[in-house]
Design a protein around this ligand. Structure first.
Ligand code: MCN
Length: 767
């Protein structure tokens, strides 16, 4: 039991006991009378025309559906004019391997597996486009035959001629092609849905492993043509999402449509290999950069051409995510002129969507890579080049050349704190000594130190909250955010407990069920603290105003003199003129005790609409060694100093940073979704796709600075994506730092030993 100032306290997560003791309910745990199971029949080809030629003997209580069974009842509109939509089941042509061509529904899981194997599909393979840069060349196979080209959309921002002139006029010009590979979210729980349609009430109830249940309800409503008040979406416990579960997938819409058709509950749980192929992937950008600078290293201009591989169909966020990259192309630096161009390309691969950071880690990665390249060109320390170009604290609010309006920042201070924690001068000295000892020969181990200073933008949109104090003094809080591992039940309870000066144990935070939570936008884009938390804060404050009014009446004092702390409501400076929190609450539900004109109860519902996004920032520093025989990389020290403004719960924030760094290091060193030339996914299971685990990860040393955001009442910025944003450049810059003396200045993630072995041996002439 904790009383007093809870915002800023490392309170243990309220949700963990049920999660770690197996007492939580996931979609997989949902079972209903008459439940039917479902399995999709998926294409083994990346591009083919197909025909369903037979369905075997389905027997009783089993059904097979193709797109023809749904196409008239589902609304099917493209995201943008000219951008082909994805039929929710393929319509005679598949454009990625794993695309569903049909659905089998039956009363047991064994039955659906058996029956789906018996569905006969005749495929006529078509040529494929896999590499996005090859896909735009003349004569390349087209993913969508009706389009002129796979290059489906091009957008440009900034004055390209001016930027080009500035780059030409710069004495130092650096250029790089920087690749941000395709990765998979690999949530512990893959996708899952149970949909139940009640023909009597016309009510559709959907349990969905999802990050944004209200937005999903709107989507189900639009596609199934059922009004929103007849749909209830419940995101029960969700075993991770990492951005991949913000949207509603075609498979999920089909399951809901099947439940409506059958008037029976239908359940689909995705398998792991199915998920690797069919849950939308992340990143997948190729960035071409040109940067001009003075001989002192002051950046003059930057040009970016971004090739976005959006896969076979545009996901809901496919167009938006690359714009987040271009918006953040200035990074932490005062770059006077920037021009950007995005080329959106269709390929015969899985569509791409949000993945932890969604567009911002890509920007941080190339900015940090190119600035290191500039430092190397000028023979300048990577710290020095950053300090010379950082946006200065007095320049905030700062409008970048890409139009982003940064709220607040102290970039040099996170970097300095990180360097101090690492003992940067000592590490550089060790590196120099190491080099000297090698005496010009390739040593057994190479030392490298890398920096990733980042700024990202998050916490967009609006959020709502309901705060209800029940007659017994317990508090029910409802929020439209939908945590799936972030611990928001705890942090929101901290905000409310702090506002009322009561114990946290009295507060229950509910989320994820559209029936009892206000319309909210869900959990993604590091928004739940800054936007959702702010909604909770202003709602709790409006209830507090009423408590003060009532207590002033009870204590015969002025409302302005009423304060609340440690479970008491009292007159400022006169603690013994007090009444307990419970007594005021009881009075609020007793008409006889209320001042004239006061409404019964203690409840409020408010929206918080963020005036603009916030810009969390930080600096990561990584020291590592490379075994020059095996090309194995061992991280020796990893320091991360992050600034997310006001911290609600430091322990949760640390956990978020740890998780993000795990994913970022893993992107740098281990993860990639790989397709062969025919579009077969070669990393389709966890035997072939390496995702982070503790054995592969170093100890992380965390530090923090506090620069509040002026854009919300908490002063909070997001932290959920920071770790994944700062870490890839820190690790890759460290490896490049070690390899630059051998003429190596560019590497593509992931830094697999076999790739590095070839590059290093080519460079040293060993191979
Ligand atoms: N917090 C805080 N003080 C702050 C900022 C945040 O105490 N100044 C707390 C929050 O109250 C919340 C947590 O830290 O408990 C994360 O908050 P926030 O940064 O607002 O991010 P969101 O809750 O909106 O989470 C989204 C973010 C994203 S975008 C991805 S992707 C991600 C992530 O969170 N996916 C995750 N963390 C994840 N963690 C788990 N376990 N699983 C995922 O799928």
């Amino acid at each position: 039991m904790t009383v007093g100032s809870l915002v800023g306290a490392s309170v243990r997560r309220k949700e963990d006991p049920r999660l770690v003791q197996g007492m939580a309910t996931y979609v997989g745990d949902i079972s209903l009378p008459g439940l039917l199971h479902a399995r999709f029949v998926r294409s083994p080809y990346a591009h083919a025309r197909f025909e369903i030629t037979g369905q075997g003997n389905l027997g009783t209580d089993a059904h097979f559906y193709s797109w023809n069974d749904f196409k008239d009842s589902m609304s099917f509109k493209p995201l943008l004019k000219g951008l082909p939509n994805r039929p929710f089941l393929a319509d005679g042509e598949v454009r990625m391997s794993g695309e569903p061509v049909g659905l089998v529904v039956a009363s047991s899981l064994e039955q659906v597996y058996d029956l789906s194997e018996k569905i006969e599909v005749k495929y006529e393979p078509l040529p494929v486009a896999i590499d996005p840069e090859e896909a735009v060349k003349p004569g390349a196979p087209k993913v969508h035959a009706q389009l002129d080209s796979n290059l489906v959309r091009v957008t440009e921002e900034g004055d390209r001629a001016d930027v080009e002139a500035r780059i030409k006029a710069s004495p130092v010009v650096v250029e790089q092609r920087i690749y941000n590979q395709r990765v998979a979210a690999v949530s512990l729980e893959a996708r899952g849905i149970v949909a139940d349609y009640n023909r009597g009430t016309g009510q559709l109830t959907i349990w969905l492993s999802n990050q944004a249940p209200h937005l999903s309800r709107s989507e189900f409503s639009k596609v199934l043509k059922i009004p929103e008040h007849k749909i209830r979406v419940i995101a029960p416990e969700v075993g991770g999402g990492f951005g991949s579960k913000i949207m509603v997938y075609p498979e999920e819409l089909i399951i809901a449509a099947a439940a409506v058709k059958l008037g029976r509950p239908v359940k689909w749980l995705e398998g792991r290999s199915e998920s690797m192929a069919a849950t939308y992937h992340g990143r997948c950008q190729i960035d071409y950069l040109r940067l001009g600078a003075t001989e002192d290293g002051i950046i003059q201009a930057l040009d970016l051409r971004l090739v976005a591989d959006i896969g076979a169909y545009a996901s809901d966020d496919a167009i938006f995510i690359p714009t987040l990259t271009t918006t953040m192309a200035s990074g932490c630096y005062a770059i006077p002129a920037i021009s950007t161009r995005i080329e959106y390309v269709f390929t015969n691969t899985t569509p791409t969507t949000a993945y932890r950071g969604a567009g911002r880690p890509e920007a941080a990665y190339f900015v940090e890579r190119i600035i290191d390249e500039l430092a190397a060109r000028l023979n300048m320390d990577p710290v020095e080049i950053r300090l010379r170009n950082f946006i200065k604290p007095e320049a905030f609010p700062y409008k970048s050349a890409t139009g982003a309006l940064y709220d607040s920042g102290e970039y040099a201070s996170t970097l300095q704190t990180a360097l101090d924690l690492l003992d940067y001068p000592a590490m550089r000295q060790k590196q120099a000594q190491h080099k000297a000892e090698a005496g010009g020969k390739l040593p057994a181990r190479l030392l490298g130190i890398g920096i990733g200073s980042y700024v990202e933008r998050g916490a967009m949109g609006f959020e709502n909250a309901v705060v209800r104090i029940n007659p017994d003094g317990s508090v029910s809080v409802f929020t439209g955010v939908s945590p799936h591992g972030q611990g928001s039940e705890t942090t929101m309870a901290q905000i409310v407990a702090d506002t009322f000066g009561i114990e946290m144990d009295r507060i229950e935070v509910s989320h994820g069920d559209t029936k009892d939570t206000p319309y909210g936008q869900g959990t993604y884009g590091s928004r739940s603290a800054a936007v959702g938390g702010s909604a909770v804060k202003i709602t709790a404050l409006s209830v507090k105003d009423k408590i003060k009014l009532l207590a002033a009446h009870m204590l015969e004092a002025a409302e302005a003199d009423i304060e609340m702390a440690e479970g008491q409501v009292f007159v400022k400076g006169v603690p013994n003129r007090s009444v307990s929190f419970e007594k005021v609450v009881r009075a609020a539900y007793n008409p006889d005790k209320l001042p004239p004109g006061m409404e019964i109860g203690l409840e409020s519902s408010r929206f918080f609409n963020a005036p603009d996004v916030v810009f969390p920032f930080g600096s990561h520093v990584c020291a590592l060694e490379i075994d020059t025989e095996t090309l194995d990389i061992k991280i020796l020290n990893y320091v991360s100093v992050d600034d997310c403004g006001t911290v609600i719960n430091p322990m949760i924030v640390d956990g978020q940073v740890h998780g993000g760094i795990a994913q970022g290091i893993s992107q740098a060193l281990y993860e990639q979704v790989v397709y062969d030339q025919t579009g077969q996914i070669l990393s389709g299971s966890l035997m072939d796709y390496s995702f982070p685990n503790t054995r592969l990860l170093p100890n992380m040393q965390l530090g923090r600075t506090f620069t509040p955001s002026p854009r919300n009442p908490l002063g909070a910025k997001g932290i959920g994506e920071s770790g994944a944003t700062g870490s890839p450049p820190a690790v890759v810059n460290a490896v490049l730092d070690a390899l630059r003396p051998y003429g190596i200045s560019n590497l593509d993630m992931p830094l697999w030993p076999d790739r590095l072995w070839k590059i290093l041996n080519d460079a040293t002439g060993k191979a």
